[in-house]
Design a protein around this ligand. Structure first.
Ligand code: FES
Ligand SMILES: [Fe+2]
Length: 368
């Protein structure tokens, strides 16, 4: 649906700060190199604790981080071949969460039926993704497409993010190009204009015109001197629950969110830049160049955003009833998608709970 990109005041729904996630999407949970073969780490997606491990033969598995015997956190255990062994009594579980061995069970005695919930997990773009919905549903949902990954024309910069805030606040920051004001001391963009806006049940597509001057124009190759004003179009596409933002052929940013809980969100971003250095120099030094750009250029932007995002969250918590005013229709559209996706999931869960004839058949599940 096309929405008129007119800036006029609207009241923000406080409800958007209280909603949970729709678990029927793939969520990033770790950088692939954080989990070596034989290693297990704890991860959390919207309050669900998961033990994520890589078997000795490099397969990724994700099972509930609670032993079916007594509830001990399985990530404190160790990887044995392709299984995960609980640290308490040594029960061993396979990647489907099924108990395969109990060290003290008398020979010939049948194993008890003890299964930890397992999750669909996969590794792509240097990130480990988990699907918090059912394994069956995971087969119907695709990961975000990142065509720039592995394309030698682009320099890849992985960017980690950690925010003490609800995921809706983080997502609004990304959709909100009008906050170039915050980054003025870093010579970020200025004079933003929202030029088009479309929204659907699961997406928001906004285009903004922005201007650059100073080192950014030189860095992106817009001008040689860096003292002219250059105006470009930024396209921001929110496909629930992740982002893609591109600046007319010079940069492409994929921003993937891991909502950990109501007040903690992580992000896994992949920034692709076309930098003006010869390929023979960029290729062997890709990792080092990416690290330098992240530490000395991009991190300053993110630190400024983090401060604003966390401040917003603190004020919200101090008074969840306080009303706010927004004038960017792209933010209002984004909030509708976030609330709508959560409600869609809740309705689906209700239908499942009560069956088609209205009789309750199971509980609604633990995702808020
Ligand atoms: S609690 Fe895990 S084996 Fe006993
Ligand atoms: Fe920012």
């Amino acid at each position: 649906m096309e929405i008129a990109p007119i800036l006029k005041s609207q009241t923000v729904q406080n409800r958007v700060r209280e909603v949970g996630i729709n678990p029927n999407y793939w969520y990033p949970t770790a950088w692939a190199d954080e989990v070596a073969p034989g290693q297990v780490i704890p991860v959390v997606i919207w309050n669900s604790a998961i033990a994520l491990y890589r078997s000795q033969d490099s397969q990724i598995y994700a099972i509930e981080d609670a032993c079916p015997h007594k509830g001990v956190a399985l990530h404190k255990g160790k990887v044995t071949g392709e299984n995960l062994t609980c640290p308490y009594h040594g029960w061993e579980f396979n990647g489907n969460g099924v108990c395969k061995s109990i060290p003290y069970l008398p020979k010939g005695q049948k194993l008890p039926c003890a299964t930890a919930r397992s999750y669909a997990a996969q590794e792509r773009y240097g990130i480990i993704w988990i699907f918090p919905g059912t394994i069956e549903d995971s087969e119907k949902v695709e990961l975000p497409l990142v065509p720039e990954y592995d394309d030698p024309k682009w320099l890849t910069i992985p960017i980690p993010g950690h925010f003490q805030a609800h995921f809706s606040i983080c997502n609004e920051n990304t959709m909100d190009v009008f906050h170039g004001y915050l980054h003025k001391n870093l010579q970020g963009w200025f004079s933003p204009v929202l030029i088009s806006l479309k929204a659907s049940e699961a997406s928001v597509l906004a285009q903004y015109q922005v201007s650059y001057r100073g080192w950014m124009t030189k860095f992106f190759g817009f001008s040689e001197q860096g003292n002219e004003v250059t105006t470009r179009t930024v396209t921001i596409r929110y496909n629930y629950p992740h982002y893609h933002s591109s600046l007319e052929g010079v940069s492409s940013l994929y921003l993937m969110r891991q909502p950990v809980g109501a007040q903690l969100t992580k992000s896994f971003s992949l920034l692709f830049l076309k930098i003006r250095l010869p390929q023979w120099l960029v290729k062997p030094l890709q990792k080092q160049i990416a690290q330098i750009l992240w530490r000395f250029v991009l991190k300053s932007f993110l630190d400024q955003d983090t401060e604003m995002i966390e401040s917003e969250q603190r004020t919200y918590l101090a008074n969840p009833q306080r009303r706010y005013v927004e004038i960017n229709p792209a933010i209002i559209a984004l909030q509708r998608v976030i609330v709508g996706q959560y409600e869609k999931f809740m309705q689906q869960s209700k239908k499942l709970s009560y069956g088609n004839n209205g009789n309750q058949v199971s509980s609604a599940g633990g995702v808020k």
